[in-house]
Design a protein around this ligand. Structure first.
Ligand code: HEC
Ligand code: HEC
Ligand code: HEC
Ligand code: HEC
Length: 136
């Protein structure tokens, strides 16, 4: 009996911990490191958990999953890419779809998604991600 009560308690603690760290994972994200050059890009981070593993995007965070997120520091993309240490690292200041790290990662997967399924809503046009500034 005591044992059961204890394991129920352990489960409750685990559930509470899960809720606590899940809340820290950003649900939506606005990427605006280059906002002076192009409209900030908003996307649903949470929805993307279903499209790929965490490490597809957080490619330097080996072992990052929903379960390990609470125990790991997740560096921002900009911390390595805006002023990269070496010439091979794609940087934010490249607007080209082949050289900007966001364009490679984000648009690359979206193009694949659309190629696989014409109904896909994965955005591939500039204005879909960089909305034109509101007039007025
Ligand atoms: C589609 C790509 C993508 C996927 C998949 C993804 N993320 Fe992210 N995540 C991002 C981007 C982009 C940011 C914003 C980083 C920045 O500010 O440069 C971010 C931010 C974060 C942050 C906040 C980091 C900070 O700056 O404080 C955490 C924590 C995080 N993600 C965890 C996860 C976990 C855990 C998963 C898997 C369950 C995951 N992400 C899946 C793209 C993704
Ligand atoms: C700890 C530093 C670091 C962080 C954080 C980081 N990157 Fe990178 N990234 C690199 C380096 C270094 C390279 C070039 C060497 C390589 O391919 O690993 C690179 C390469 C890339 C490439 C090109 C890969 C290829 O196949 O050509 C893409 C795309 C990319 N990063 C996207 C991102 C995105 C998106 C984020 C945030 C979700 C991110 N990176 C976070 C360091 C980082
Ligand atoms: C899937 C979404 C997506 C699509 C589609 C997209 N971009 Fe981006 N782009 C981004 C993200 C994310 C950033 C990083 C924004 C930031 O850091 O403020 C970015 C950054 C930029 C920047 C700023 C880079 C700099 O420092 O100068 C330019 C310019 C840009 N995009 C132009 C374009 C053009 C032109 C197209 C169409 C050919 C396009 N983008 C399509 C997501 C997208
Ligand atoms: C591994 C594949 C993959 C990667 C990487 C990815 N996406 Fe997506 N994204 C998708 C799919 C699939 C959909 C649309 C699903 C549907 O049809 O509703 C989508 C939808 C979206 C949408 C529209 C709905 C929403 O979430 O707001 C935006 C905006 C978006 N992505 C931005 C981004 C940005 C910015 C990045 C890079 C930081 C990114 N995506 C990286 C697969 C991906």
């Amino acid at each position: 009996m005591r044992k059961i009560a204890l394991s129920v308690l352990a489960l409750m603690v685990a559930a509470a911990a899960f809720v606590a760290f899940a809340a820290e994972l950003p649900e939506t994200i606005t990427i605006d490191d280059c906002a002076d050059k192009k409209a900030p890009v908003e996307f649903t981070h949470e929805a993307h958990f279903a499209y790929s593993d965490c490490v597809t995007c957080h490619h330097t965070s080996e072992g990052l999953t929903l379960e390990t997120a609470a125990t790991m520091e997740v560096p921002s993309c900009a911390s390595c890419h805006n002023e990269p240490e070496n010439a091979e690292t794609p940087k934010c200041s490249e607007m080209s779809l082949k050289k900007n790290h966001y364009h490679i990662s984000c648009v690359g997967c979206h193009k694949e998604a659309v190629a696989e399924n014409a109904e896909s809503k994965a955005p591939t046009k500039c204005v879909d991600c960089h909305p034109a500034p509101a007039k007025g």
